[in-house]
Ligand binder design. Structure first.
Ligand code: ATP
Ligand code: MG
Length: 419
């Protein structure tokens, strides 16, 4: 097929039920965010590359190989956002919105990563996410996890996922651990995958969540970060667990859960499923105190998560709220056009979804009504126009009645309220 007729690899078009399923996830997430006091906001789709390079880390997978970077018109280097947290934090600082902290923010939108496309892994994908910025307490982490759990429950996915929890500790604990880990991995270097041998020098913690089988065994026998936590870090993690327990949110401690980005510290978590192969993470996040400092801004605490809408959609399967069924106003003769237009507008004034059919025989228009799942059809031809009425067909019962123009809105409201 001509290139101009093809979607780019790793991108998708959405129609019909697929789009409705997608929107349902966004709407559900937005309403749950609102229930926790998170206000919707939006950031641009591209940012100066520095926003990501400085925060995600020079050695992260995203920065080393997944970013779509290009020159902006003014010669600066910009990047299509691969994630939402750094832009949200950037926006809070650039907008001078630091008087009212903590800030509770919700976003949704497309993200871009140059990845190898697979089921549940795209180059343009979409996320919903929340960020709690300016809240240093471990209770903040519990709040965002609870909101995530509630979203998954609301989408009927509570039984399809488990919550994995870990901590990276503060930077002192992490540094101590890193040296111990590098010492250990150095001895096992021969047994590691080529990727992990590279990670060993640049980003050794990443070896722990490598998916390569040869790395798994090395990782399983590695020293545990949890044994290297200092007092502050251990207390922080204990508080997170305590409050999760108090809320009855169950979790598994996963010592391999290190997340790929430099900005994380203390709490990290992922809700994972075993139903999507290697694409198991559906909602993931953690604490990122100091992220704004990395961009040259003030030091702010922060915690939050993002969920991949396409992965959630794959899991929710066929479950979908019922679609609104429109009324079809079918114009059978050219002379009835003006009346049909007017009639459709009147029905819309009443709050009824109304579609106008301007061409084709009566039979064709009724077939169209069927295809779009219309609840009723209003048929207007020369005979009806002359008599000042319309033929209304209830498409579920097949019943037909002649209804004067003035009574159409009420008549159709009644039909539409029955399914
Ligand atoms: P993975 O380990 O699957 O690569 P990740 O750690 O890179 O995930 P995050 O950066 O934490 O993912 O993004 C949060 C969520 O966004 C993920 O849990 C997932 O649901 C979704 N996501 C991430 N990358 C993609 C992608 N390329 N396509 C579709 N969804 C994605
Ligand atoms: Mg990834």
């Amino acid at each position: 097929m001509a290139r101009a007729l093809r979607p780019v690899r790793g991108t998708h078009d959405l129609f019909g039920d697929d789009k409705r399923r997608f929107d349902h996830i966004v709407v559900t997430a937005r309403s749950i965010a609102a229930a926790y006091g998170y206000a919707p906001m939006a950031t641009p789709t591209f940012e100066f590359t520095e926003v990501f390079r400085r925060t995600l880390g020079e050695t992260s997978d995203i920065v080393t190989k997944e970013m779509y970077t290009f020159a902006s018109g003014s010669g600066e280097e910009v990047t299509l956002r691969p994630e939402g947290t750094a832009p949200v934090a950037r926006a809070l600082v650039s907008g001078g919105r630091l008087q009212v902290l903590p800030a509770r923010l919700f976003y949704d939108g497309p993200m871009f990563r140059r990845e190898r496309p697979q089921k549940g892994r795209m180059r343009q994908f979409h996320q919903v996410g929340i960020e709690l910025i300016g809240e240093p307490s471990p209770v903040g982490d519990v709040e965002v996890i609870a909101a995530g759990a509630r979203l998954l429950k609301e989408l009927d996915l509570a039984d399809s996922v488990v919550l994995r929890l870990h901590t990276l500790g503060n930077s002192a604990s992490r540094d101590r651990y890193r040296s111990a880990l590098v010492g250990y991995l150095d001895q096992r270097r021969e047994g590691l995958s080529a990727d992990s041998r590279r990670r060993l020098d640049r980003n050794p913690l990443r070896v722990l969540d490598s998916k390569a089988p040869e790395d798994r065994q090395v990782a399983n026998e590695a020293p545990r970060l949890l044994d290297f936590l200092d007092r502050e870090s251990a207390d922080f993690f204990a508080a997170v667990r305590h409050h999760l327990d108090a809320l009855g949110i169950s979790y598994e401690i996963d010592p391999m859960l290190v997340r790929g980005l430099d900005y994380y510290m203390h709490t990290t978590f992922e809700f994972v499923t075993d139903r999507l192969g290697a694409q198991g993470a559906v909602l993931a996040g953690g604490r990122y105190d100091g992220l704004t400092e990395r961009m040259g801004g003030p030091a702010l605490a922060g915690t939050g998560w993002a969920a991949g809408i396409e992965r959630l959609a794959l899991l929710t399967g066929d479950a979908l709220p019922a679609a609104t069924r429109p009324v079809l106003v079918a114009c059978i003769s050219a002379a009835a056009t003006a009346q049909a237009l007017l009639c459709a507008e009147t029905l819309r004034n009443m709050g009824l979804a109304t579609e106008l059919a301007l061409q084709g025989s009566l039979k064709r228009q009724l077939r169209h009504a069927d295809r779009i799942g219309a609840r009723a059809a209003v048929l207007l031809g020369d005979r009806e126009l002359e008599a000042g009425l319309a033929l209304v067909r209830d498409l579920d019962t097949g019943q037909q009645s002649e209804v004067p123009f003035a009574l159409l809105p009420n008549h159709l409201s009644e039909i539409s309220s029955n399914g």
